[in-house]
Write a protein that binds this ligand. Structure first.
Ligand code: TYD
Length: 205
């Protein structure tokens, strides 16, 4: 089963995933956690280029293609083989991030964008996608208190507002694939919801 986690900056995906993986393993599932961009040696190198603050001249099309290059690699090298073994692949961001960030955020034509994304994924779609939904200002505030502030975070608040609107539109377009978890609640409550959503879906796959 292929599960992806999506959400705006500071929604907490990255801190929730290790706890989720531990819980799922203790419950008897075989889980392989990974992340985008990255998750492979080539993908991590591409991630460094994308996150490098010095690359201020990066064109939105270049950015899109780099994300897709990393994605094509992880799909073939990691995700498909793990799924073929019957494992749960839990991926921190996937194709929906491109639609939300590059499509809604940068306003790149969605039809064109979907074509490039489909080329990269070979049509592989998650069975379940969880949106950790959070108010943009709260997310950016949380994020600024943490670690590094990479190039991709440096876009305006309006950009992040469009990203959130984008995610919510994606949810309404494919409600059967998406679950929305309110990430403004305390960490433990959010973690509990994530566990419930995954075990509910994994149960009947
Ligand atoms: P990351 O540090 O993983 O952010 P987070 O912890 O919030 O997931 O950086 C990933 C950044 O890349 C994040 O700003 C979202 C962005 N991104 C895109 O713009 N398009 C994409 O296709 C992907 C996968 C990520």
């Amino acid at each position: 089963m292929f599960i992806t986690l999506e959400g705006p900056e500071g929604a907490g995906k990255t801190s929730h995933i290790p706890a989720l993986v531990q819980f799922l393993r203790e419950s008897g599932y075989t889980v392989f956690p990974t992340r985008e961009p990255g998750g492979t040696s080539i993908g991590e190198q591409i991630r460094d280029v994308l996150g490098n603050l010095k690359n201020t001249e990066m064109n939105p099309r270049t950015e899109i293609l780099l994300f897709q290059a990393a994605r094509a690699q992880i799909v073939e090298e990691v995700i498909r083989p793990r799924l073929a073994l019957g494992e749960i692949v839990l991926c921190d961001r996937y194709a929906d991030s491109t639609i939300a960030y590059q499509g809604y955020g940068h306003r790149i034509d969605l039809v064109e964008l979907r074509r490039v994304v489909t080329f990269a994924t070979g049509g592989l779609t998650p069975d379940l996608t969880i949106l950790l939904d959070l108010d943009v200002e709260i997310g950016l505030q949380r994020k600024s208190k943490q670690q590094e502030w990479n190039r991709l975070d440096a876009y305006t608040v309006d950009f992040h507002r469009r990203v959130r609107v984008g995610y919510l539109e994606l949810v309404t377009q494919e409600p059967q694939r998406w679950r929305v978890v309110d990430a403004s609640r305390p960490w433990d409550v959010v973690q509990q919801s994530l566990r419930q959503e995954i075990t509910k879906s994994a149960g009947h796959i």
